[in-house]
Design a protein around this ligand. Structure first.
Ligand code: HPA
Length: 266
């Protein structure tokens, strides 16, 4: 970690990021528009490179609406074959760089029947159904506790603030529970029914490992899902990654306005 942090700090010219944003599938545009310093993951010691279409793979530093921000333009996923520890390593690095508040974003399938594609959802809580946990292994007590509390992973104040910002810019926003599967296959109709029965509102393949580690490190977290599709196969229609990216593209503008508003008041 020291090597990684030192490498990044050397490029920052004393810029200290206070807010981190992980930009999900198709949502990376903010980092194209606001980019003071960009470092490709491939150059950073101990980082792994992003391979998924719609994910760029770089750390972008910028002052946005008066705030010092670091964006992860693209993330690595468990389904790519990386370990849980590998995909959450950048979160520990963001914390070491000074990040106190973390905005996690993703594209997710709707499970809640009142949701429709292009809706935005503030994550109130999650269900980890990935079958593993990024904190498994020896614990570094200097980062966090062995058995971290998980009673408020998604910060209630930040959720309120997210709702207020959405209202102010005139967009409707849902609140709900994010269910994480490992992927890469989408869900069967029976699985969607199960997720709905067990309390999930949206389903995806990311975010939860990062939220677990960020919470463990003591960061305040805001999670935003961009609903990209009716949950796979639930409606008899086929689902593709292209559709996910396509819908996300359509709601990009809304998503970006919300993020900018949140950064303004955070
Ligand atoms: N299921 C799982 N992950 C997803 C989906 C989905 O329907 N949409 C976007 N990511």
């Amino acid at each position: 970690m020291n090597k990684t942090v030192e490498f990044i700090k050397n490029k920052l010219d004393n810029f200290v990021p206070e807010i981190g944003i992980v930009l999900g599938s198709g949502l990376g545009e903010l980092a194209d528009e606001y980019c003071d310093i960009a470092i490709p993951y491939s150059e950073i010691p101990n980082f792994i490179n992003s391979t998924v279409k719609g994910h760029k793979g770089r750390l972008v530093f910028a002052k946005i609406n008066g705030k010092n921000v670091v964006m992860m333009q693209g993330r690595n996923h468990f389904y790519e074959g990386h370990t849980m520890q590998e995909i959450t390593y950048p979160i520990k690095i963001l914390q070491a760089l000074g990040v106190k508040k973390l905005i996690l974003t993703n594209a997710a399938g709707a499970v809640n029947e009142t949701y429709k594609p292009s809706d935005l959802m503030l994550i109130t809580d999650h269900i980890n159904h990935m079958g593993t946990n990024p904190l498994i292994g020896p614990n570094d007590q200097s980062l966090g506790e062995r058995f971290p509390d998980m009673s408020e992973v998604y910060n209630k104040e930040l959720i309120k603030l997210g709702e207020k910002c959405a209202k102010e810019i005139g967009i409707e926003i849902k609140k709900g529970i994010y269910w994480a599967n490992s992927g890469p296959s989408y869900e069967t109709p029976a699985e969607i029914k199960m997720i709905r029965l067990l309390g999930g509102d949206a389903v995806g393949m990311s975010t939860v490992p990062e939220a677990i580690v960020a919470n463990y490190c003591g960061m305040k977290i805001l999670g935003i899902s961009c609903i990209s599709n009716a949950a796979s196969s639930d409606n008899g229609e086929k689902l593709s990654h292209e559709e996910v990216i396509d819908t996300t593209n359509k709601s990009k503008k809304k998503f970006k306005s919300l993020l900018l508003k949140i950064l303004e008041v955070l």
